[in-house]
Design a protein around this ligand. Structure first.
Ligand SMILES: [Mg+2]
Length: 279
C-alpha cells in the first residue's frame, strides 16, 4: 500500500482532474473533431451560456456522491440516489441554478430512482455517465478488491454489464496509477483519426487512455483529450481522473484550478470527503 500522503495527492489529482477536464471540455462538447476552437484554457460555453470554469453534470454528480458520503459519514446508496434527484430537481451542486447537460439515460434513470429503483437502465445503457463521475466511488472503495460499491453507484443510472466491465478496467488502471506506475493497458486506438469521441463508455475510456499514452504531462494530455471534441467534457473528465491519479494534484496547472467557479467550496467538499473516505 502506498504511503498515505502519496495516496492523498493522487486522490486529489483524480478528483480535481475530473473537474478540470469537465470545465475545459464543456465549451466544445458536441463539436465534430477539429471543427472547434483549440482549447488550452478555461473558456465560456456558448451552448449552456456559462462563463469560464463552470462545471457540468460530470462534476455535479461526482460532488453529489462525495456530499452524501460527508453528510452520512459512510457509504449510503439510497442517499446517493436521493442526492442525484436533488441535483436534477433543485440544481443541488450544479454550477448554475438548475441542473444542465443531463444525459438521456440519466434523465430516465432519475425518474426510476424517484419510483424507488436503485438499478436503472438496461444493457443498452452504455453511455459514459457512470465513469465520468467514478472518482469518489473509487476513492471510497480504494484497497477493497470487491468493487460492488463502484458497480452499485454506476447501476443507479447505467445498469449494463458492458459498463461494469469498463468501470472495472478504469479502476484497474487507477490502481496501477496509485502505485506510481503508468498503466500497461494500451488504448485500442493507435492514431488520432481512429479515436471515437462519442459518449459511449467504451470509447470514452479508450480516448482518455490514448491521450494519456501519447503525452508526457497532465497538461499536454488534457489538452490532447479535450480537443478531440465530441463528448469533450466527459473525455476530459475521464482523462483527468486516470491522469490525475498518475501525475498527482500538483501536476494540474494552477491557471486551470484558479479559474474554476467556487474553488474554495469544492476544495472544502473534497477535503471533507477525503477525511471520511481515507482511513
Ligand atoms: Mg457534462
Amino acid at each position: 500500500m502506498p504511503a498515505k500522503n502519496d495516496l492523498l495527492r493522487r486522490f486529489r489529482g483524480m478528483f480535481w482532474g475530473l473537474v478540470v477536464g469537465d470545465c475545459l471540455g464543456s465549451p466544445i462538447q458536441f463539436s465534430d473533431k477539429d471543427r472547434h476552437v483549440h482549447v488550452t484554457d478555461m473558456l465560456p460555453c456558448l451552448f449552456f451560456h456559462t462563463p469560464p470554469g463552470y462545471w457540468t453534470d460530470d462534476s455535479a454528480m461526482a460532488f453529489c456522491v462525495a456530499d452524501s458520503v460527508v453528510r452520512c459519514g459512510k457509504y449510503d446508496l439510497q442517499d446517493i440516489a436521493d442526492t442525484f434527484v436533488k441535483w436534477l430537481r433543485e440544481g443541488y451542486w450544479s454550477s448554475l441554478p438548475d441542473a444542465f447537460d443531463i444525459g438521456g439515460a440519466t434523465m430516465i434513470a432519475i425518474r426510476g430512482i424517484e419510483s424507488g429503483s436503485l438499478r436503472n437502465g438496461d444493457e443498452d445503457s452504455q453511455g459514459n455517465g457512470s465513469i465520468m463521475r467514478l472518482a469518489p466511488s473509487y476513492i471510497l472503495n480504494y484497497g477493497n478488491p470487491d468493487r460492488t460499491i463502484l458497480y452499485e453507484v454506476g447501476d443507479l443510472t447505467h445498469q449494463s454489464k458492458r459498463v461494469r466491465g469498463i468501470i472495472s478496467l478504469m479502476a484497474d488502471i487507477c490502481d496501477e496509477h496509485m502505485q506510481g506506475h503508468p498503466t500497461i493497458v494500451q488504448s485500442m486506438y493507435e492514431t488520432r483519426d481512429e479515436v471515437d469521441n462519442s459518449g459511449w463508455a467504451v470509447s470514452t475510456l479508450q480516448a482518455a487512455l490514448w491521450a494519456f499514452h501519447t503525452t508526457k504531462t497532465f497538461e499536454d494530455g488534457m489538452i490532447t483529450a479535450v480537443n478531440l471534441g465530441g463528448d469533450a467534457d466527459s473525455i476530459g473528465a475521464v482523462y483527468g481522473q486516470i491522469a490525475g491519479a498518475y501525475y498527482g494534484f500538483e501536476a494540474i496547472p494552477e491557471r486551470w484550478l484558479s479559474a474554476i467557479k467556487d474553488r474554495e467550496k469544492i476544495s472544502d467538499l473534497i477535503e471533507s470527503f477525503l477525511k471520511v473516505a481515507v482511513i
